[in-house]
Design a protein around this ligand. Structure first.
Ligand SMILES: Nc1ncnc2c1ncn2[C@@H]1O[C@H](COP(=O)(O)OP(=O)(O)OP(=O)(O)O)[C@@H](O)[C@H]1O
Ligand SMILES: [Mg+2]
Length: 349
């Protein structure tokens, strides 16, 4: 049982409020992703949980025990940093054994634990390798092993795969998810990759300016973003500024039912929920470009006022640039003052 509880935690650096009264409870065995743009306070928050930064205000508890002022080496947390920091003058074994030696474990027990964790991260037999002789992905696995070997109650990962290529990143994140579930370890994972968050997380916290913009399961955050910021940040989203009048939202030739009070609003519609068809008359818009991705195609559509929207279609060859089209948002949401004022019956998916 390891529960991490963060209550009203704030971090002020001079005039900058990096984290602003942030609260979150991570359940036993849960993996929560902190997702947000650069500078939104993700690393600062994680560093405070790990004890590498001291909060200006608020309380952090692990299994009910207040650790807010406890130094990192005495916290039951293990952290893998944004830029991995292995000791290049030590081989793999000694890098991983270091923390266990500090704990004065007997040599045979250290050997057993290090060998086991090397197996766990897929580096069995690599103990005598020099760190400098490893690939970037292997080095990240060593960094992970070095944290896991100390059997932390809480695992903290700060963009551990940011420096790796897409392919390796996807593979490693699946491995981490496997290991995390096998060990049932409570985990806070920082990323600014939305794919990573959607693939990994039990819950996602979308951060903006040091505070929570939305917390939810990946599919909820994706399908029912509560603010235009979340809508625009997760996945591809068409955002259209317009006006609601008499129950209809309008922008250029575009009109959708909007059972909401009159006034300005933002329409959000996913490319896969924007239906297009060859224009019946003069057409509402024109196709600017068609991009074929093999499994599907994306059509860039230009409205009369120059605004571009993206629509996903099954077949690229059905469409060509310059073609006049009519468009209908099938599933959409409308926002005003940073909150939802209407969602269509069919959800964005
Ligand atoms: N030691 C520090 N001194 C002063 N300001 C800091 C310090 N560390 C972070 N900040 C500021 O706090 C804010 C949050 O930084 P943080 O590193 O937590 O962002 P982040 O979400 O991890 O960004 P990234 O995705 O780029 O890693 C930024 O404005 C940053 O400049
Ligand atoms: Mg960071």
């Amino acid at each position: 049982m390891s529960v991490l509880d963060i209550q009203n935690v704030t971090k002020q650096f001079g005039l900058v409020k990096a984290v602003d009264s942030f609260s979150l409870t991570v359940a036993d065995g849960e993996l929560v992703c902190l997702l947000g743009p650069s500078g939104s306070g993700k690393s600062t928050l994680l560093r405070m949980v790990g004890g590498f930064e001291s909060p200006t205000g608020g309380v952090i508890t692990i299994d009910g025990e207040d650790v807010t002022r406890v130094p990192p080496e005495r916290r039951p947390t293990g952290m893998v940093f944004q830029s991995h920091a292995l000791w290049t003058h030590m081989n793999v074994f000694r890098n991983i054994a270091f923390g266990l030696k500090l704990r004065r474990l007997p040599a045979d027990e250290i050997k057993r634990k290090v060998d086991a964790v090397l197996e766990l991260v897929g580096l069995g037999g690599y103990g005598t390798r020099q760190v400098t002789q490893l690939s970037g992905g292997q080095q990240q696995r060593v960094a992970l092993a070095r944290s896991l070997v100390l059997e932390p109650k809480i695992l903290l990962l700060d963009e551990p795969f940011a420096s790796l290529d897409q392919h390796l990143r996807e593979r490693l994140r699946e491995e981490v998810r496997d290991i995390q579930q096998r060990l049932g370890i409570t985990t806070l994972f920082v990323t600014h990759g939305q794919d990573e968050a959607l693939a990994l997380a039990d819950r996602i916290v979308v951060m903006r300016d040091g505070a929570t913009e939305q917390i939810g399961a990946p599919d909820t955050v994706y399908r029912e973003p509560e603010t235009p910021f979340v809508a625009g940040f997760i996945g591809t989203m068409n955002l259209v500024e317009g006006t609601i009048g008499g129950g209809t939202f309008r922008h250029a030739g575009l009109a959708v039912p909007a059972p909401a009070p009159d006034g300005p609003a933002t329409l959000a519609v996913r490319p896969e929920a924007l239906d297009i068809r060859p224009a019946a008359g003069a057409g509402m818009a024109f196709i600017h470009r068609v991009t074929d991705y093999g499994t599907h195609a994306l059509v860039d559509i230009e409205l009369p006022d120059g605004l571009r929207l993206k629509a996903m279609v099954p077949e690229a060859r059905d469409w060509k640039s310059g073609q006049a089209v009519d468009i209908t948002p099938r599933a959409y949401a409308l926002y005003r003052d940073n909150s939802v004022i209407h969602r269509s019956a069919e959800k964005n998916d």
